[in-house]
Design a protein around this ligand. Sequence first.
Ligand code: P6P
Length: 283
Amino acid sequence: MSGPVERVFDAAADAAPEIRGGLPERRAKAESENESGEVQLEADVWADDLLFDRIADIEGVNWYASEEREDVLTVGDADDGYAVALDPLDGSSNVKSNNPCGTVVGVYDQPLPAPGSSLVAAGFVLYGPTTTMVVARDGEATEYLVEADGRTDLGPVELPEEPTVYGFGGRVPDWTEAFEAFVRDVEDDLKLRYGGAMIADVNQVLVYGGAFGYPGLRSAPEGKLRAHFESMPVAYVVECAGGASSDGSGSLLDLDPDSVHERTPTFVGHRSVMDDLEAALSD
Ligand code: P6P
């Protein structure tokens, strides 16, 4: 990777120690709400500002969009270039309970809203016992250890042969009948792992194999996760790692959202689990 795309991930890695170091004193909730109508933690807004300051000036980045900002910002002066879409602190409600959270990055080669097929790279920073980063591009996913003096290549990320864990969001009574029946079958084979931060749960799937998802609900048929900032970037990563993704009927990278903050039912993991899901939801 070279040029602006590489520099976007360098910026996210460089910001990580400062974001991690600034979390302890930012566990309070901010007064504002984000575009998705969710109360913003002060940490959400602060992380977004910090990443904006490091990414907006990168030559070749023309547009900056974030889960925490209503509008896409034009930050370049050419018609072509990259659009960077971020969830600055995915799973920020985990900060209060000292559970993992992180930053999701998607790099699109056209202005937003944009189809999943226009992603040229995607990745995430994960604040767990250590700070790691997964970056995917050109069909490959790589994990890095992120420290104050830079990032260390830990090697390729490849989904294991067999699935072992699953985690699906939303309240069970709010699941559709077809989805609940699917999960009852999954439970026979896999172990529940769900921590409330998408990228931490997705990383468990990348390491142990299985599936993560946030389904369409009776009360919210589109589910909770945002296509540009969460679903399509993690689908890109998991598909580069040898897995699959689905919105219940096909790959999340086939989506072409009409609006920047659009939500979608979201599933990533082993191809076999995605196939079973799509069969269950098609009945
Ligand atoms: P729930 C975090 O707010 C998030 O967007 C994802 O990171 C996570 O998977 C999901 O929402 C958790 O939602 O309803 O389980 O709190």
